[in-house]
Design a protein around this ligand. Structure first.
Ligand code: C2E
Ligand code: MG
Ligand code: MG
Ligand code: MG
Length: 290
C-alpha cells in the first residue's frame, strides 16, 4: 500500500518535473523569437526620500508582454534567459532603453534624479558584456551619476576581479552602484568589502516582517546603522503600509520604495508626472491592495 502511494508520488513528481522542463523549453523558444525584444518594455518605480517624501529617482524594471500569453514576470523568464545564454542581449537592451529614456527626460528638462537598473549575476561573468554596457552609459554623454546599477551580493561574489575593477573605475567616474536584496545572500559583508557601492537596498522580506518580528526590526535597524557607518545611503524595498514607512523613518532609513509609495509605471505615465512637477510621494499612484 505504502509502496504504491510512494510510486504514485514519484509519478506525480516526475510529471511535474516534465512539465517544468517543458515550460522552460517553451519559454526558451519564445525568448529566441525574432519578435521577443519588441515585446519588452520598461516600467519605472519611484523612490522617495524617507523623511521629506520627495522623489529622488526610479528603479527601471523589465516587463515582457507576450501577445497571446500576456505579461510574463522577470522572475520567470530571466532565469531561463540566464541559463540559455540570452541574458547579455536582454541586459544590453535594458541599458540602451534606460539610457534613451533618461536622455529624453533630460531633454524635456524634467527633474527625475537617478535611474537604477538591475544587472544579472550571469551578465557579470561576461567581461566583454559588462565593458560594452559601461561604454554605452559613458557614450550616452549623460552625467554618469544619473545611472545606478543594482547588483545582488551573490553576484558580487561571482564576479571576476576584472569585472569588479571595471565597476570600480566606472564608480570613480560617477556611476552609482547599489547592492540589491541586501541580507538575503551568503555574502553581505563581502559585497560591502568588494564594491564601493553608494547604496544598500534592504530586501523586502525584512521590511515585510519587521512589524511582527522584533528580530527583523533589529536586522533592519542594524543594516541601516551599518550602511551609514560605511557612508552608504540605505534604501528600503517593498514598503507596503503607512506603518512600515513610519518605522523606517524612526529607524533613520534614507530612501523608500514600494507599492504604498508608488507602483512601477510605464514611461508615458511617468513622463506625465514629471511634466506636472509634482515630485512628492502623495502624487504617485499606489497599488490598490498596498
Ligand atoms: P528587484 O530588483 O529586487 O526588484 C524589486 C521587485 O519588487 C520588483 O519586482 C518590483 O515590482 C517589486 N516591488 C516593488 N514594490 C513592491 C512592494 O511594495 N511589494 C512587493 N511585494 N513587491 C514590490 P519585478 O519587477 O517583478 O522584478 C522582480 C525581479 O526581477 C527584480 O527584483 C530583479 O531581480 C529582476 N529584474 C527585473 N527587471 C530586471 C532587469 O531589467 N534585468 C535583470 N537582470 N533583472 C531584472
Ligand atoms: Mg533591483
Ligand atoms: Mg531588490
Ligand atoms: Mg528582489
Amino acid at each position: 500500500q505504502a509502496k504504491e502511494r510512494g510510486r504514485g508520488c514519484y509519478i506525480f513528481y516526475q510529471s511535474e518535473m516534465t512539465e517544468r522542463v517543458q515550460r522552460e523549453a517553451e519559454l526558451a523558444h519564445m525568448l529566441s523569437s525574432a519578435r521577443f525584444l519588441q515585446q519588452l518594455h520598461m516600467e519605472y518605480q519611484p523612490q522617495f526620500c524617507c523623511h521629506s517624501g520627495k522623489l529622488i529617482g526610479f528603479e527601471a524594471l523589465l516587463r515582457w508582454q507576450h501577445p497571446e500569453i500576456g505579461a510574463i514576470s522577470p522572475l520567470t523568464f530571466i532565469p531561463v534567459a540566464e541559463k540559455r545564454g540570452m541574458i547579455d542581449d536582454i541586459g544590453f537592451w535594458v541599458a540602451q532603453h534606460v539610457a534613451t529614456q533618461i536622455a529624453s527626460w533630460d531633454e524635456s528638462g524634467y527633474q527625475f534624479g537617478a535611474v537604477s537598473f538591475n544587472l544579472s549575476p550571469v551578465q557579470l561573468r561576461n567581461q566583454e558584456g559588462v565593458q560594452a554596457l559601461l561604454e554605452l552609459l559613458t557614450d550616452s554623454e549623460l552625467p554618469l551619476d544619473t545611472f545606478e546599477v543594482e547588483i545582488t551580493e551573490s553576484a558580487c561574489m561571482d564576479a571576476g576581479s576584472e569585472v569588479l575593477d571595471m565597476l570600480e573605475s566606472a564608480a570613480s567616474s560617477g556611476l552609482r552602484l547599489a547592492i540589491d536584496d541586501f541580507g538575503t545572500g551568503y555574502s553581505s559583508m563581502v559585497a560591502l568589502k568588494q564594491l564601493s557601492a553608494s547604496r544598500l537596498k534592504i530586501d523586502r522580506s525584512f521590511v515585510r516582517d519587521m512589524l511582527d518580528d522584533p528580530n527583523d526590526r533589529q536586522i533592519v535597524s542594524a543594516t541601516i546603522a551599518l550602511g551609514h557607518s560605511l557612508g552608504l545611503e540605505v534604501v528600503a524595498e517593498g514598503v507596503e503600509t503607512a506603518q512600515q514607512l513610519e518605522v523606517l523613518r524612526e529607524l533613520g532609513c534614507d530612501v523608500v520604495q514600494g507599492y504604498f509609495l508608488g507602483m512601477p509605471l510605464g514611461s508615458e505615465l511617468v513622463s506625465t508626472f514629471l511634466a506636472q512637477g509634482q515630485l512628492i510621494y502623495t502624487a504617485f499612484p499606489k497599488r490598490a491592495n498596498a
